[in-house]
Design a protein. Structure first.
Length: 123
């Protein structure tokens, strides 16, 4: 399983599209096999889901995510776990142990009001 965790200062980022980096974690047989970090990029609708999909990511973990990227991941068979808060290492351990649960998505429609109804930047 390959995870991408939206990361900010060693914690799960509250906003998928505005995190400082993504931590890519490969899990095999119940153990972390590798970890790498990739810098976040300026995004428009669909670029981050496409980039992470090309990297073989099967699951996204974030504090909050807009409706449009969530739909794009879902339509490509990539699981989204939103509403996650906490330190990166604790979240990885919880995921590996099968104890990570989604919470309330931290990106509300009001949060994205200035970006449009789907939460995407209109350029």
């Amino acid at each position: 399983m390959r995870l991408a965790i939206a990361t900010e200062n060693g914690n799960v980022s509250a906003h998928f599209g505005h995190c400082e980096k993504f931590t890519i974690v490969d899990i095999e047989n119940g153990a972390v096999k590798s970890k790498e970090e990739i810098g976040s990029v300026h995004h428009d609708c669909g670029s981050l889901p496409q980039l992470l999909g090309q990297k073989g990511v099967q699951c996204i973990i974030t504090g909050g995510i807009g409706g449009r990227p969530m739909q794009l991941f879902s339509s490509n068979g990539i699981q989204v776990i939103a509403g996650v808060v906490g330190g990166l290492e604790d979240v990885i351990k919880a995921y590996v142990a099968g104890k990570l649960s989604p919470g309330q998505n931290l990106c509300s429609p009001e949060h994205h009001e200035h970006h449009g109804p789907e939460g995407c930047v209109r350029e």
